[in-house]
Design a binder for this molecule. Sequence first.
Ligand code: TRP
Length: 508
Amino acid sequence: MAAAGGGKDETWSGRAAFILAAIGSAVGIGNLVRFPYQAGENGGGAFVIVYMVAVFFIGLPVLMAELYLGRRGGGSPVAAIKRLAASEGASSAWGMMAWIGMLASFLIVTFYSVIAGWLLYFMVYMVGDLFASVGANGLGALFGPAFVGREADDVTGTFGALLASPGTMILYHGIFIAVCTFIVSRGVKGGIEKAATLLMPVFFVLLLVLSIISMTTGNAGEALNFLFAPDLGKLGAQFMNGEILVNAIGQAFFSLSLGSAMMITYGIYLSRDTSIPSSAMTVAAADTSVALIAGLAIFPVVFQFGLPAAGGLGLIFGPLLLAFQQMPLGGLFGIAFFAMGVFAALTSAIALFEVPAATAKGDFDLDDAERSKRRFMGTLLIGGLIFVIGVLHAFSQVPIGSDGSGGNFFNEWKPFGNLPLLGGKTLLDATDTLTGSVMLPLGGFLVSVFAGYAVTQSSSREELGFATEKAYQRWRFLIRYICPFFVGLILVWGAVLAPIIAMLTASS
Ligand code: TRP
């Protein structure tokens, strides 16, 4: 069965194109910034182990399920789930699952684009710096450090200066989302696939070169130790407070792009002769390798210059700039680093964007001409909306001075008041938390229950096409028992109990 409906969908040109696009969606700011940040906050090696277990035993089965649901349903993401539910005798209310996912994708891309804009800004900024340096000191400066002759405070302060300039943030966010809109408007083969096959190989080369430079010039020993030698005592203690588990599963979902109907949408374009289990395996393995190699590109520099391992976003944009000033090749290294970030972010943002775009395109009841017209018009409209909401996010990041200077409505506005979990956060942070801690786990939970219980065994067995019945039964066990249990647990713990406890302990 191609799909329960009669129509035809756009398809990937082949297995390789699909895998590159899916890896492109998975590999993004989540790997380059969020993973090192999470590893740093959660004690390094201990987190890495728990994370890898979460990827392969919880993320991977859900990834297979999403691809399978999309391909089996066909059409638009919401219609795909509804159609599948109907043909399996389940309630059409399951369509809600895709709506929630689509909304999550849309919300994520509104702030993802702003952060990608920061990466783009620094890429441009460092190119300018290199030119200035070569102009002043001759061609030899090409291989020298960045920001020659500038004070340390001045260098780390460039991130603060960017945040204090909403106009600059909006400009780069605007450029980034305009490029995304252009790519998505061109459709699956002509847009998304082309971008991924062009950008991902460059990305891999940059990542490899950067990690080699970093490992040879930085403190490789300490980085390896930090990432791969878990402190088991710490692991035990952290496990008890549950946080490491919540963070590891949350990171696995974010990094593998799950719970947001995105992989369902990519599954819609998947042809029947591409094996879902082996493609999903490849995507999960590649995504995890990129996260680890990114750690090997970042932590040697971090330890070499005594930067804090748990520095978060501030780590990438502040102190790392300082490292570029002190290391040989710092100018080129910095440009390559931010270019790599921009490419990775671009292939992820177009994937997120594709979910509402595919929804706007509509289902099989429309003819092909109408669907491509709707994709085009819908993409423009959605791109415009993402831009506008991103502008609000950008304003929400402007720092407020101790004297109250720099205040604008959006950096003072805490949209969720005192609500546990979201209270006291600015629009961007609240959107990040709402999607990452609530909507993605909820989406993942629903996918597990739908694929594990609502859909018949014969249908999932046939569509997934595992090589052996034993492998299929293993997937089925994970999707029915392990995934819903742990994802449900982090949903209840991470989104409900922990914030309430934190609020109570803070006020007592
Ligand atoms: N996985 C991407 C990253 O690591 C971000 C991303 C793309 C995403 N699509 C998603 C996150 C869907 C959640 C859901 O940066």
